[in-house]
Ligand binder design. Structure first.
Ligand SMILES: [Zn+2]
Length: 381
């Protein structure tokens, strides 16, 4: 087999990307046999045959014990196969080498941290990422990995601090993530200290005005403190500024509508809903409930019919319409609605991540697949 140097140069770049290796400017020195084993390994790697690649790389390290790059590739392969302990041993053997290039040593430490993370050794992974950052404060990837570990163990304060430092270094906008961390801190505080929780939710909103979760929980907190007016006012902000998530507010208002004794704030909200060009299905139900409570059955039925024209399978709206018809003594019309009810299924909301396409039946602020915040949106009803 005649393998030329330019081929190694070309392949090294591609393979560097595949194995997540920062390729050094100076290429490793191979013996002829080592070179063949090394490239054979990469060929298997490219054709997605990890076991054969491991075999070839193992041969290459036996032939050329000094070539760090082969060890790195081998470590990554073991990690990908879930053989974490072997991967860790390889990183450690790289790091103990004397006269090792600083960047390669740092990358081995980073890889070791990833191995720890994958192996579930969270504390060790945290310490290793911290050390990477200490040695190179510009390592954005290490900050992000560290923050993701803090999120995993729900240490929101540490996650906040970590991303705040990263934002200061990169000048990039991480405000939504930071606002979510503050909100999570608020949720933890709410169990014992409402005042502290309120302060944290307000701080979250100040950091990023689009953090819907903070508004929702601040509203819940006001409701718990029996301050209905403040709760409605804060929820109205969600309807106005984040209409994609308005259904979360509608759900809360609907649940508490009969208990909400804050006529002025409620009127303000109803007025806003009616002013919207087109009511969405869920706001129609709120309006119907509001008018029903006031004894205005005509308006209540109007909004329910509006919702049902658009979504005939909207069970809650049809049930409510049948109830109103019964209350009015329109038994026959009520029965008709109940018959239709039997033929329909519940209108179910589904959600999808705009970044990775992940689909779910429940809303999560953080996508469980790609880890992004606020990328999961309701799909059109
Ligand atoms: Zn996603």
């Amino acid at each position: 087999m005649n393998i030329t140097f330019p081929l190694i140069c070309c392949l090294s770049g591609i393979i560097g990307l595949i194995v997540g290796l920062k390729w050094p400017r100076k290429l490793p020195t191979f013996s002829d046999k080592g070179k063949i084993a090394f490239l054979t390994g990469f060929r298997y790697l490219l054709s997605n045959e990890p076991d054969r690649a491991i075999e070839a790389f193992t041969k290459a390290v036996q032939l050329d014990t000094d070539t760090v790059e082969t060890y790195v590739a081998l470590g990554n392969l073991f990690r990908d196969k879930g053989e974490i302990e072997r991967a860790i041993r390889i990183r450690q053997s790289i790091m103990t080498r004397p006269h090792l290039d600083r960047q390669i040593r740092l990358q081995a430490l980073y890889d070791l941290a990833i191995d720890y993370k994958k192996g579930g050794f969270i504390d060790r992974a945290i310490d290793a990422f911290k050390e990477v950052i200490r040695q190179d404060p510009q390592r954005v990837d290490a900050y992000l990995e560290l923050a993701s570990l803090y999120q995993e163990i729900k240490d929101w304060e540490a996650a906040f601090k970590c991303i705040k430092e990263l934002a200061a270094i990169t000048k990039d906008n991480y405000s939504l993530m930071l606002a979510h961390f503050k909100t999570e801190m608020g949720k933890v505080s709410q169990r014992e200290d409402l005042g502290k929780a309120e302060k944290l939710y307000k701080e979250a909103i100040k950091i990023n005005k689009r953090c819907v979760d903070a508004y929702l929980h601040l509203g819940d907190l006001y409701l718990a403190k029996k301050n209905v007016k403040k709760a409605l006012d804060i929820w109205l902000e969600v309807i106005k500024n984040a209409s994609d998530y308005a259904f979360l507010v509608y759900r809360r208002i609907e649940e508490h509508l009969d208990k909400l004794k804050a006529e002025e704030a409620l009127k303000k909200l109803i007025k806003y809903l009616e002013k919207m060009k087109r009511c969405d299905l869920w706001s129609c139900l709120i309006l119907a409930r509001y008018y029903h409570r006031k004894g205005d059955f005509f308006m209540a039925k109007r909004y329910l019919k509006e919702a049902l024209t658009e979504a005939p399978q909207y069970t809650s709206a049809r049930q409510f319409l049948a109830q109103i018809l019964l209350e009015e003594g329109e038994t026959q019309a009520a029965l008709e609605e109940i018959k239709k009810l039997a033929k329909t299924s519940t209108l179910e909301r589904t959600f999808q991540c705009s970044q990775c396409g992940y689909e779910a039946h429940r809303l999560s602020w953080k996508c469980p697949q790609c880890g992004n915040w606020d990328t999961i949106k309701p799909k059109a009803a």
